[in-house]
Structures are given as structure tokens and as C-alpha cells.
Ligand binder design. Structure first.
Ligand code: SAM
Ligand code: SF4
Length: 346
């Protein structure tokens, strides 16, 4: 569904503000909808119908949109994601070009880590500042049961390589699934503490292509806290939340922390500072949006460069102004977005 934004009443701020008082500073860019894993909570076993190459933004188009976001709209952080962003051939070049922008945005990557180990130094040299690596189990069989691929050693190598390359603190994202890996929560935290990684649990969200999510089966933030508390002393770290979706807890008095991102049971929409760009050039104001705004048509429509950039900026501002106050998962009329997480950019 395409949106027709209405910016009446927003004033003339250059930034991405909305009518609920929020400002987007953090842009999530999906570089591809493809992936080399098939996590059960994200993708079907057979994958999806990948978007045709011609529909994806080229590297030049992507850098151009990001330049508008940084220089005209006040975006301060760019996080590259997907699908699996390491599958994007031009990734190092894109990082280098975006890292050369002034003001320079912070550059980060959310990845499953496969293939990262041998390219960590290249990405850091290109400008990568921070990384989140997804790891749901330390047991090879459980890892395979969740991701449908036997690639645990690749992910462990990616974590080590990221730390060695100086991308510290390396963050780990975990999704817990009831009866599959939820018993591993304390072991995953022990592993992270021992290696100096920062662990964050993400509540499973209704964004999977197979529509297997159910509120009854999802592992809640409360349960995660309980499971961890059996082995660790957790105390809330109140100062730490600013601009972070994760609620942080000090572990055994600190300084180490663990995060819980409770998008479903403790939504943080009121503090949301994100905006999203899909690999095919659509803006989404929220992971759960059911509407998108097409930038690709403007990019490919021809005309003077400055006018194209200004049209993109204007449309993005208007779209953001109409951002809904919350994702509405708790609303009885909630409908899962048509695109799964892997095609939006998680
Ligand atoms: N492929 C990369 C990865 O797995 O890190 C980047 C894309 S992935 C969609 C981004 C993050 O979203 C991962 O940490 C993944 O575990 C998480 N994720 C995927 N589907 C999810 C869901 N239904 N609920 C909660 N988190 C999910
Ligand atoms: Fe791929 Fe990431 Fe989705 Fe897993 S969560 S299937 S690694 S995009």
C-alpha cells in the first residue's frame, strides 16, 4: 500500500518530526531481502520470492537517498540490515561512501555474521563503527533447528573477528523460542559476559513470513528476566535507555549489562527515533507500518538533481509527520504487515 502523506500543520523544520513530538535520527537501511539462513521466526524453509534485481536501489541510488537523509533531514545514525546485509556485493563501497559524508553519521550493521570473519578489517577500514550479530543458540543442533543451517562456527568466528577488529562492545541479538532455546538464556548471558559481548534479548514479533507468531507462545520479557534471575542478579540500569529500545539491567552489580527489547509487552513507541528504507526504495515509518512511501519513482523519474533531492526530502518529511503513535499489536484490529521482517529490514 502506498501512502499519500499530508503534512498540514508540521511547520518548516528540516528534520523528520512527527505530530506526536518525536524526531527520527536513526535510519535503518535494508540492503537486500535475501538471506543465507532460514530462521523459523523470520523466513519459510524454502525462502521467499526474492525481489527482482531491477527493483532494488542501486548503490548510487542508495547513497544518494542516504545523503539526503543525513544532509537535509538530520539523520545521525545509519544501520545497515536486511535480509542479510553481508550478501550485498557493494557493502564495503557503500560504507566508505556513506562514511565520507559530512556530518559523518555513525555506521552500524545488523548481521547473522556468516562470512564476516574474513572481511571484518575491510569493513572497519571502510568506516563501520558498530555491529550487532544474531546468535540464538550455543548448541550446534539447536542453532540448526532455528536457522535451518549448520553454521554456528561461522557466527562464533564473526563475534571474535568483530571484537579483534575493534567493533566493541560487540552486541549479540537473541530471539528466544519456547521449548527450543529458551532454556539457554542464562548460558547465552554467561557466554557473553565471559567474552565481553553485550547481549540483548528481543521478544519475538509478529513479522514472520509464515505467520507462526502467537502471543501465547512467545517468550515475554518477564519470563526472560525470571530465567536470567535464576542465575544472575539483575538490577535496572535506569540511565541507560536513552534512544535505546533495550531496557538495560546491570548483571551482578555491573558494570556488565544485559538488554531486553520488549517490543510486544513493553512497547517503547513513544521514544521511537527510527525511520526505515527498504531495499527497493520505500520509506516505512515503523516496522509494523501497513503503508509505504515510494522514493524509487522519484529517483528514476528524471529531472534536475537538486529537485530530485528536494522532492525526496519533502516526501520523507511529510510521511514522517503522519507516523502513527504506536504499532498497535495490542489492538484487536492489528494486522501483520504484508512484508515480512526480512523484506523490511529488521
Ligand atoms: N539477517 C540479519 C540478522 O539476522 O541479524 C539482519 C536482519 S534480521 C531481520 C534483524 C534482527 O531481527 C535479527 O536479530 C533477528 O533475530 C531479528 N528478527 C527476525 N525476525 C524476528 C521476529 N519475528 N521477531 C523478533 N526479532 C526478529
Ligand atoms: Fe536471515 Fe536474519 Fe531472517 Fe535469520 S533473522 S532468516 S539471518 S534475515
Amino acid at each position: 500500500m502506498s501512502a499519500t502523506p499530508d503534512a498540514a500543520g508540521r511547520g518548516d523544520s528540516p528534520h523528520l518530526i512527527d505530530r506526536h513530538g518525536r524526531r527520527a535520527r536513526d535510519l535503518r537501511v535494508s540492503l537486500t531481502d535475501r538471506c543465507n539462513l532460514r530462521c523459523t521466526y523470520c523466513m519459510p524453509a524454502d525462502g521467499l520470492d526474492w525481489q527482482p534485481a531491477g527493483e532494488l536501489l542501486t548503490d548510487d541510488e542508495l547513497v544518494r537517498v542516504i545523503t539526503v537523509a543525513v544532509q537535509r533531514l538530520g539523520i545521525e545514525e545509519i544501520r545497515f540490515t536486511g535480509g542479510e546485509p553481508l550478501l550485498r556485493k557493494g557493502l564495503a563501497g557503500i560504507l566508505a561512501r556513506v562514511g565520507a559524508l559530512r556530518p559523518r553519521p555513525e555506521l552500524s550493521l545488523t548481521t547473522n555474521g556468516i562470512g564476516f570473519a574474513r572481511r571484518a578489517d575491510e569493513f572497519v577500514a571502510a568506516g563501520l563503527d558498530r555491529i550487532n550479530i544474531s546468535l540464538d543458540s550455543l548448541d550446534a543442533d539447536t542453532f540448526e533447528r532455528i536457522t535451518r543451517r549448520r553454521r554456528l562456527p561461522d557466527v562464533l568466528a564473526a563475534l571474535e573477528a568483530a571484537a579483534t577488529a575493534g567493533l566493541t562492545p560487540v552486541k549479540i541479538n537473541v530471539v528466544l523460542l519456547r521449548g527450543v532455546n529458551d532454556h539457554e538464556a542464562p548460558d547465552l548471558l554467561r557466554f557473553a559476559l565471559d567474552h565481553g559481548y553485550q547481549l540483548r534479548f528481543i521478544e519475538q514479533m509478529p513479522l514472520d513470513a509464515g505467520h507462526i507468531w502467537s502471543r501465547e507462545r512467545m517468550v515475554t520479557a518477564d519470563e526472560i528476566q525470571q530465567r536470567l534471575s535464576a542465575r544472575f542478579d539483575l538490577t535496572p540500569d535506569p540511565g541507560a535507555r536513552l534512544g535505546e529500545p533495550a531496557e538495560l539491567f546491570r548483571v551482578d552489580g555491573g558494570p556488565a549489562t544485559v538488554g531486553i527489547i520488549a517490543s510486544v509487552t513493553r512497547p517503547f513507541c513513544g521514544d521511537c527515533d527510527r525511520t526505515r528504507l527498504t531495499a527497493d526504495g520505500q520509506i516505512r515509518t515503523c516496522l509494523f507500518s501497513r503503508a509505504e512511501t515510494d522514493l524509487r519513482a522519484i529517483l528514476r523519474g528524471g529531472g534536475p538533481a537538486d529537485r530530485i533531492d528536494e522532492d525526496i526530502a519533502r516526501l520523507w518529511r511529510a510521511t514522517t509527520w503522519g507516523k502513527l503513535p504506536g504499532h498497535g499489536i495490542d489492538d484487536p484490529s492489528f494486522l501483520q504487515p504484508d512484508r515480512p521482517m526480512s523484506a523490511i529490514g529488521g
